[in-house]
Write a protein that binds this ligand. Structure first.
Ligand code: UT7
Length: 324
């Protein structure tokens, strides 16, 4: 027998306001045609004035707890992936903790940009498997609209706001690849690429929040190779393959990157969950948002083998295999 981190439920939240490509074309020199052709994005959500990352996270967390049918008071670990925290400190996770009325266990944020959910999954899985914690909330939540330069057409058309969450529980499983739960996680980073996607401000450098800057072509150039490399590691570690996975839930940055990875890995396109067309890139929130959508619409079912992958600023990247 072995301890596995089993996903008990998932929830998500999108702000009400939809920002379309047509609206963006009135703000910067762009067009619906360019955005759709280069990225697959048609629209994205934008948080309301005064609506902060922890508000989005709290909605998603409550939805995940309801889906899992567990009492918030039974949660003893909250890990929140974000690059757009409410404040420099305390962690946005503690605002979620307070909002849920939880006073036990631990709550903290992790910062791995778009890889935040996969990094968080790996951390939560490790903490549950040691026995240190029993039941966790893992959240990806972002308000990237607050760090975009709305005069820069090369970045402002790409991102959106949102949050997704899952509840995970430590459970005894037989110790086979047919187990429910997180079967493997693989994390990578390479700081040599840190200036290709970054925010040009911060408490220690400029004492300002700053704006997102990206050499999109450079990120694009590395993305498919990095994603497929780390996914192959996950396949090797488990004996799974493109044929045996039921669903592929990739980070939603650009439909062309997803298509390139799917093609290179030999995954059936019918197994891919896509939300980038409606959400844009929501960074750490994109995977749990897509996972939540796939579960809610009945595609992803209990027992399904799901492949997750992400790549983003740092660069950071990673992959995980989870049986629902
Ligand atoms: O989560 C991970 C983070 N991000 C990513 O994964 C993003 C990775 N990169 C990408 O998705 C793509 O590189 C972009 C979508 C950002 C850009 O697509 P691209 O095919 O690499 O275009 P490009 O940067 O080579 O730009 C082509 C042209 C340029 O004009 P010139 O120099 O050829 O005259 C750009 O100035 O498109 C222009 N351009 C635009 N035109 C209309 C750039 N942004 C826009 C825009 N609307 N919004």
């Amino acid at each position: 027998m072995t301890i596995r981190s089993v996903i008990l439920g998932a929830g998500c939240y999108l702000p009400q306001r939809i920002l379309t490509n047509a609206e963006l074309a009135k703000m910067v020199d762009t067009s619906d045609e360019w955005i759709v052709q280069r990225t697959g994005i048609h629209q994205r959500r934008i948080a309301a004035a005064g609506e902060v990352t922890s508000d989005l996270a709290l909605h998603a967390a409550r939805a995940a707890l309801a889906d899992a049918k567990v009492d918030p008071k039974s949660i003893d670990l909250i890990v929140l992936g974000t690059s757009t925290p409410d404040n420099t400190f305390p962690a946005t996770a503690v605002s979620v903790q307070a909002g849920l009325g939880i006073t036990q266990g631990a709550a903290f944020d992790i910062q791995a940009v778009c890889s935040g959910f996969v990094y968080g999954l790996s951390i939560v899985d490790a903490l549950l498997r040691t026995g240190a914690h029993k039941r966790a909330l893992l959240i990806g939540a972002e308000t990237f609209s607050r760090i975009l330069d709305w005069t820069d057409r090369t970045t402002c058309v790409l991102f959106g706001d949102g949050a997704g969450a899952v509840v995970l529980e430590a459970q005894e499983q037989p110790g086979a690849m047919t187990d429910r739960g997180v079967l493997t996680t693989h994390l990578r980073s390479d700081g040599q690429h840190k200036n290709k996607l970054y925010v040009d401000g911060g408490p220690s450098s400029t004492q300002t929040v700053g704006h997102l800057r990206m050499i999109g072509k450079e990120v694009f150039r590395h993305a498919v190779a990095m994603i497929t490399d780390v996914v192959e590691d996950a396949f090797k570690a488990t004996g799974a393959s493109a044929k045996t996975i039921d669903w592929f839930v990739p980070h939603q940055a650009n439909k062309r990157i997803i298509d390139g990875s799917v093609h290179k890995l030999g995954i059936d396109p019918a197994k891919v969950v896509i939300t980038v067309d409606r959400h844009g890139n929501t960074s750490a929130a994109s995977i749990p948002l897509a996972l939540c959508e796939g579960i809610a619409d009945g595609r992803i079912k209990r027992g399904d083998l799901v492949l997750l992958e992400a790549m983003g600023g740092g660069f950071t990247w990673g992959a995980a295999l989870v049986r629902m």
